[in-house]
Design a protein around this ligand. Structure first.
Ligand SMILES: [Zn+2]
Length: 338
């Protein structure tokens, strides 16, 4: 089976983001709904090249990032999932499905990277970071090639270019894009793969491998690890993945980083009342359900005011009335300090 998309949060038990090697299936779990792929073909391409956009497009400087505190990340994530971060290694109580030990935090990102800013308006910019090439910032069209790792069967890894990411971000609806403040292109697999493999109890021969992940910490950062060439996503599918990841960010910002919060409980109640799932992946956990619903919601935003948009909105709001109401109320600015 080929990896379609992984996202960190996408693969949560699920599938995507992180993937567990949970492969994302862009099909609907509800036979009455069109395949999800139809919804995510929503991008209205910007006809003009990016360099014609107002303001400086890309600037660069190099920086040495501080080490990422993976322990903080891991603990926040487990709390988010309602798991006990203090579970001792080796125990497997019901509330300790994924004992995490110090060895799981061994990957620390210290590689130097170049910083770029995608400037999309007077008050709108997204930072994109990419690994240096021979000590210098890469060109914006450079697709990095990196050594094979333990799960790539000897195949070298290849990454998306700055320009690809910039184009996809620029095409996203504003209220989706604004949830993403930084995109980090990595030179090796996600440092969190190991942790997700454990949390989701993936078999040893099917480890999680993230294609994209929205970090619960710091919020707003999305990482994009390189993939085997035959798994590298094409730009057309990256937009839906970014919209899915932005959905995680929206939920983390709006519903709090605690799965027992009132807002998360309300979402789960809405799931129970709607009794529909927008995709198979959405069924994997309430976190992925949230991101998948946010994805299809985002898919309607670019079409608002058109007959196609009205058609999608009517269908989705009928199938998912309770969750749709929450999205309508909170998707655009909840948790953004406005
Ligand atoms: Zn996800």
């Amino acid at each position: 089976m080929k990896i379609l998309y992984l996202c960190l949060t996408w693969f949560l038990m699920l599938g995507c983001s992180s993937s567990p090697t949970v492969y994302r299936e862009p099909t609907s779990a509800n036979e009455e709904l069109p395949p999800l792929a139809e919804y995510v073909a929503y991008v209205k391409p910007i006809k003009k090249p990016l360099f014609q956009l107002k303001g400086p497009f890309l600037r660069t400087r190099t920086r040495v990032p501080g080490p990422v505190n993976q322990e903080d990340y891991g603990k926040k994530l487990l709390t988010m999932l309602g798991l006990n971060p203090q579970c001792p290694l080796g125990e497997n109580r019901p509330n300790c499905p994924a004992p995490i030990g110090d060895a799981d935090y061994e990957r620390v990102q210290t590689e130097r990277a170049a910083e770029f800013w995608l400037i999309l308006g007077p008050n709108e910019q997204i930072k994109i970071t990419a690994p240096l090439v021979k000590g210098k910032a890469p060109s914006v069209t450079y697709k990095g090639v990196y050594p094979a790792d333990e799960d790539s069967e000897g195949f070298p890894l290849i990454g998306n270019s700055i320009m690809e990411v910039a184009h996809v971000l620029a095409e996203l609806p504003f209220s989706t894009r604004r949830r993403i403040t930084q995109v980090d292109l990595l030179s090796s697999r996600s440092p969190w793969d190991k942790i997700y493999t454990k949390i989701y109890q993936r078999p040893a021969d099917e480890p999680m491998r993230a294609y994209m992940q929205a970090l619960p910490f710091p919020l707003g950062v999305v990482i994009v690890p390189p993939q085997r060439k035959d798994n590298l996503p094409i730009v057309e599918t990256m937009s839906s993945t970014f919209a899915h990841e932005a959905g995680h960010v929206w939920s983390f910002q709006c519903f709090e980083m605690n799965s027992n919060s009132e807002e998360w409980q309300a979402w789960r109640e809405a799931m129970a009342l709607d009794r529909n799932f927008v995709s198979k992946y959405a069924k994997s956990s309430f976190l992925e359900d949230t991101a998948e619903m946010a994805l299809v919601y985002a898919a309607t935003l670019s079409w608002r005011g058109t007959s196609k948009g009205r058609e999608y909105e009517a269908l989705l709001s009928k199938k998912f009335p309770h969750r749709w109401a929450i999205l309508e109320k909170t998707y655009s600015d909840c948790g953004l300090g406005k």
